[in-house]
Design a protein around this ligand. Sequence first.
Ligand SMILES: Nc1nc2c(ncn2[C@@H]2O[C@H](COP(=O)(O)OP(=O)(O)OP(=O)(O)O)[C@@H](O)[C@H]2O)c(=O)[nH]1
Length: 687
Amino acid sequence: MNENVRASTRNVAIVGPYLSGKTTLLESLLSVTGAITRKGSVRDGNTVGDSAAEARDRQMSVEVSAASTEYEGVRFTFVDCPGSVEFAQETYNALMGVDAAVVVCEPANDNNENGLRQKVLTLAPLFKFLDDWEIPHLVFINKMDRVSNNFMDMLHALKAVSKRPLVPHQYPIIQDEQLTGFIDLVSEQAYQYHSGAPADPIPLPASLKAQEQAARAEMLEELANFDDHLLEELLEEIEPPQEEILQDLKLELGADLVVPVFCGVADRDFGVRPLLEALLREAPEPQDTAQRRGLGATAETPIAQVLKTYYTPQGGKLSLVRVWQGKLTDGIVLNGTRAGGIYRLLGQQQTSINEAEAGEVVALSRLDGVKTGDTLSANGQVKELPKAEILKPVYALAIAPEKRNDEVKLSAALTKLLEEDPSLMWEQHGDTHEVILWGQGEIHLQVALDRLRRKYNLPMGTHLPQVPYKETIRKPAASVHGRYKHQSGGHGQFGDVYLDIKPLGRGEGFNFSEKIVGGVVPKQYIPGVEVGVREFLVHGPLGFPVVDVAVTLTNGSYHTVDSSEQAFKQAARLAMQTGMTQCEPTLLEPIASVEVNTPSEFTSKVMQLVSGRRGQILGYEGRSDWSGWDKLTAYLPQAEMQNFIVELRSLTLGVGSFQWQYHHLQEVPDKLAERVLATGSNGNGNR
Ligand SMILES: Nc1nc2c(ncn2[C@@H]2O[C@H](COP(=O)(O)OP(=O)(O)OP(=O)(O)O)[C@@H](O)[C@H]2O)c(=O)[nH]1
């Protein structure tokens, strides 16, 4: 029975670049399968896919949204993914749990080489992910109502960003610049579209015969590359039977060897049924996906993986999971936590069910402590399933609750936000004490801030984070004197020290030593001297933590009654105060080592961007694992990183990305240091 249930399920992610029509396609799929009776629109904010308030406000998807429906007795669970690069983590997490993905894209407006290239480049990172993880996928070229026929041009252009060959499955029929139907290249049957009704078979238009044959030949040749029998038939000019072509499409799509391409107009339901048919007949079944992942199709131990975590506006927690193996039953305990309930989703609508079979994508409630990406099992001891790499944060804002008493609530709310979205991060900076929220871009953080306000009643103020400058010294100072003498009735206070202060090499930190001879500073007071020095160095003469300095206690004196560790601490601070100003204090800034990934055609522009931001380019090379892409390495001052991702994306059609990590401290150039010290700003938006 298990087998049957699994075989009658398909889990399909709807992915693609920003605004290509994914949510609209989902709405259409749900409408033609009868899951919804009235189609919503993105503009009216009433779609199933964009039901979260944050998505409606922006008319864009900001998180994945799952919706189950039925078609021809098969349960389809579609996962509508956001297209914006800033929410790519959502898409990647969801893709780990589906059987196939539909890549929705638009044809190019300019049907010239440049226009096509630009259009397909926006798909490159997504295709790379699908190719790397071998996730079977098909392409739906949407918005075919907008431009005249460039279906095959678009398909050919897409080959530049796909490792797998693209195979036309349909050929569009365009009359008077309007898409009116399509030809199925397997059956060579033409169809005419009708709004709100299935397409009708029509005779194949004679004017399209030649193009149709060329497209069909292209499909067959690509399929034959993986099927010797078909190849022989083609060589011997034998017409292959339709069943054989369909069988090849199924096998080769299922093994992620080819990418079939469809077209349509999602907001008029054109091309949506043929797409569903293909998903029904050609997309891999859940047990095949499980087997390819090395999971037992018939094994009983329940194993599931969390694809997405939601905290609902009512405060409940829902974990969207893919059941890989076994059966989830009501009240099941997974990783030590009892699930509150099992639900099928239709956007924000939940339908309670008693159990979920292997192969299904369902939501579980109240799995406290469980995060997106986690592997769940009854004993909590199975091997972690592979999960999408967590994107490193590239954009930061300092945040503070508008109401002071909310500080305690904030960390609990941030923890929940991070459970929902692992590409967010937060920290309380050790030097600046600011709470920094890190993420993938401006909109990503704005959405997180909206959630804090809406769901957790935590309105937040934001500002650009301070650059964690430090300071050091350029020159030594010898025998700087500090004497602390205080008489206030009773016991006095007396400490007296001489210190040598010396600059250390970059990165050497702080060093304290002593060369006291003859007990002029008794042993028990020396720790007090070190504490005094350290405390002083927290705020150097320029106002920043001091690093790369060596201090040696060389001499001093004491008083048998009035001396104490405390007095020596004060004496050391006084000596440091006098001494450090003689040492030419100088400002240091953090430098990050960055690795930028960009399509090669933008590499020179990216180099200009990096140099224009005081970056030091270390080199660049073509990526061995990504044809047409370069990896550029550089050192970049952290003070210049605030909007770096924004500019990088605007130079690279949104696809350039970078990773960074702190690398070293470096002296701020004198002129800039003057500006930072005088105005608290480097003139680049950062403080
Ligand atoms: N002309 C035309 N417009 C369409 C079609 N499909 C969608 N749109 C419009 O394209 C815009 C974006 O549609 P969405 O469905 O929100 O796109 P999306 O890919 O889900 O967007 P994100 O998830 O935010 O990336 C909306 O204004 C839709 O009405 C289509 O087939 N033809």
